[in-house]
Design a protein around this ligand. Structure first.
Ligand SMILES: [Zn+2]
Length: 700
């Protein structure tokens, strides 16, 4: 449950949300995929898609693989063979190609702005200045901006000075010791609340810190991480000896924070995400941090109500900070600063930063600077740089058509709920209310936000990044005390993904994903339902997954299920948990059925719903070309599978299985389709075939 708009990061090694569609840690709103994107020149055999040359037909299939044995192999074999992973990526799939094309389009906009040819765009000058200062690699070598920032930390000697320095980093979007954000209040979702969650660790999951791990890869990553911290501190001016001593102390500190943290699977329970607390609670139960000084430094001194997601963590983390010598705290905050700002620093920092990415995701080569700068501007001023982009790739007609298609998925879900045998009428009534309350956000915002208060000086990339981060924090903080604007977007329309937020009961489909091979161009109706239709169905069903079902039509965290319906649902979900636990990804590495339960439920329910919506569309508008239901079904399932083809390096796969709530694509495709009788009948699969799962898991 993360609205977390405040968590404005140019980077995030920790996947934050379980809400998005594509995964590999790209889920966090406003956070980029840590998998480093591809090189400027795609491999020779890859034709990057573009709006002018949409990918329209189903791709070729591998006819040596029987669809009923391994549909993913059948549908993706040729694509996988012809799309090797570029050196600067950890994986490659059709959505990554869309992402690459999006980067090129934004680059053209930024180059035009930087050349003073932005026309009447009110933010062209700011965009151009931010782009230019980011691209100026030589100027980033200036050590003074980082030194000034680190000088603030040198003042830390006691509780209040530590709290003040900690708050500065939180306002910059970093998460030392804890994570702070302005999020929805689970009890009154019309209002935002200051939310404090567990945080403070730099590796993707607490399991990396467990000394007794039998996983050699995690042991290696841990050693790489300590060496990385030491190298970064040394680059910032510490002697090699001090840097290794500090790195060891920082690792010990983070290991204690990891031990206090709740596991990812347990975090799926809203009970582990919300505890209404007061300022008095903070002082009494987590008195190890000087909260008054912290709030003052954040400009939140008037705040009296908080959501503390994991009270036990906060109590423990505060006393840990209290009991840690100031010299170690200073080292920890220095590390947090360097880590957060690494990409705005000189070449040596950037290269060392990339070394850890390599260890975690296996990319072989740093992506070119222009791509990193496009990403940075897209996260800094998303609703300025994307204005020409959305006109180009989607337009008003596309936005309207996409909204309509998502509406059709909601209608199909409603029709299904009407006849669902295991749900009783009381629960059904509340489910209808929830569906009726959904806000659809397709393409781009109806009203664009203002960046008038953001100052871009163009003096140094570091300093401008600090301004951008503080602006983002203040933007979120300004929402406190006022009702939410339900039309506001919380991420860039240039995001290749789709999102569902339970506390806002909204669904977001950014313009960057509303393109072929997901939507539009010359795609057939059946293909669109298999690709974007399935994504829309997936997001709709998230509102009813193991987490989403605990939020009502208004977004309030409330149990609206009768015990009988809840039990029937859980029993059906268990079937999927067991099924996915059974998949072996790499030797000794299995999919985690519990961690991926919500996504697997959304995939199965989403594809079922998309199928029903396609059949409803057929009834309403019979196909003039004489296509049979089976023709459409086959094309739809193929489009679904082919939107998922993805080559993945072992390192990325490994990190994904430990920390991503999405199962790897092959299992999302085969695991989902093997539960669908409609798939089995379209391809004439029989009981006993690998693509016919026994028992069949059926939820929606
Ligand atoms: Zn999802």
């Amino acid at each position: 449950m993360y609205d977390a708009v405040m968590r404005f990061q140019f980077r995030s090694r920790v996947p934050l949300g379980a809400l998005c569609f594509f995964g590999i840690a790209a889920c966090a709103p406003a956070a980029p995929a840590p998998v480093v994107p591809a090189s400027p020149t795609a491999p020779a055999n890859v034709a990057p898609p573009s709006a002018s040359a949409p990918v329209a037909q189903s791709g070729p299939v591998d006819s040596s693989v029987a669809p009923c044995d391994d549909f993913y192999g059948y549908a993706c074999g040729p694509w996988l063979a012809s799309h090797p992973i570029p050196d600067d990526r950890g994986s490659l799939g059709p959505m990554a190609l869309l992402y690459e094309d999006m980067l090129l389009k934004l680059r053209a906009i930024l180059e035009r702005d930087a050349a003073g040819k932005g026309g009447d765009d009110p933010y062209a000058a700011k965009l151009g200045a931010l782009w230019s200062v980011c691209m100026d690699e030589g100027r980033a070598e200036d050590p003074k901006p980082l030194a000034r920032e680190l000088a603030r930390i040198a003042a830390v000697k006691d509780g209040p000075t530590f709290a003040t320095a900690l708050a500065r980093l939180h306002a910059l979007g970093a998460s030392p010791l804890l994570t702070v954000s302005v999020d929805t209040d689970f009890v009154d979702p019309t209002l935002p609340i200051v939310t404090v969650n567990q945080g403070g660790i730099g590796l993707p999951d607490k399991s990396y810190y467990a000394a007794d791990t039998t996983d050699p890869r995690k042991t290696k990553v841990r050693a790489d991480y300590v060496a990385h911290i030491a190298a970064m501190l040394a680059l910032a001016g510490e002697s090699p000896n001090d840097a290794s001593k500090d790195a060891a102390a920082i690792m010990a500190f983070e290991t204690k924070l990891a031990a206090l943290s709740i596991e990812r699977v347990a975090m799926r329970d809203p009970k582990n995400q919300y505890h209404a607390t007061s300022r008095a609670w903070l002082t009494q139960k987590a008195g190890g941090v000087a909260w008054d000084a912290w709030l003052r430094a954040l400009g939140l001194e008037k705040t009296t109500a908080f959501n503390v997601g994991q009270p036990t963590f906060l109590t423990g983390a505060a006393s840990l900070a209290h009991d840690t010598p100031p010299a170690v705290l200073r080292a920890y905050l220095r590390w947090s600063t360097i880590d957060t700002m690494a990409r705005t620093l000189g070449r040596a920092f950037v290269a060392e930063d990339f070394r850890l990415e390599q260890s975690l995701y296996g990319a072989r080569e740093l992506s070119p600077r222009w791509k990193r700068c496009v990403r940075a501007v897209n996260y800094a001023m998303p609703e300025a740089v994307t204005v020409p982009f959305v006109k180009d790739v989607l337009g008003e007609d596309g936005k309207a058509r996409a909204s309509k298609l998502v509406g059709q998925l909601l209608t199909a879900m409603r029709a299904n709920l009407t006849t669902l045998a295991w749900m009783d009428d009381a629960t059904r009534k509340s489910a209808f209310e929830k569906l009726d309350g959904v806000v659809i956000k397709a393409g781009y915002p109806d009203r664009w936000r203002s960046y008038d208060a953001l100052d871009i000086a163009g003096d140094s990339y570091f300093d401008d990044s600090v301004r951008v981060r503080l602006f983002a924090f203040q933007w979120e903080a300004a929402k406190l005390g006022k009702p939410y604007d339900r039309n506001e977007w919380f991420l860039s329309p240039a995001t290749v993904d789709a999102f569902s937020r339970w506390t806002q009961n909204d669904l977001t489909f950014p313009a960057a994903v509303l393109r072929p091979p997901f939507f539009g161009g010359t795609m057939t109706r059946a293909m669109e339902y298999g690709a974007i239709g399935m994504i829309a169905g997936h997001e709709v069903v998230h509102g009813f997954d193991d987490e989403g079902r605990k939020f009502d039509a208004r977004g309030q965290n409330r149990d609206w299920w009768t015990p009988a319906s809840a039990e029937a649902f859980e029993k059906r979900t268990d079937c999927l948990r067991t099924q996915f636990d059974g998949y072996t990804v790499l030797e000794g590495v299995h999919v985690n059925g519990k961690l991926t339960a919500g996504e697997n439920l959304a995939d199965l329910g989403g594809l079922e719903t998309a199928y029903r919506a396609l059949m409803a569309a057929r009834r309403e508008n019979p196909d003039a070309g004489g296509r049979t239901e089976t023709d459409d079904a086959k094309e739809m399932f193929l489009a679904y599978a082919q939107s998922w083809c993805r080559n993945i390096r072992d390192e990325t796969l490994h990190t994904m299985v430990s920390s991503d709530p999405h199962a790897p694509p092959k299992y999302r495709v085969n695991g989902t389709l093997s539960n669908m009788s409609e798939f089995a009948s379209a391809f004439a699969c029989k009981a006993g075939n690998p693509m016919v799962h026994a028992p069949r898991c059926e939820v929606w």
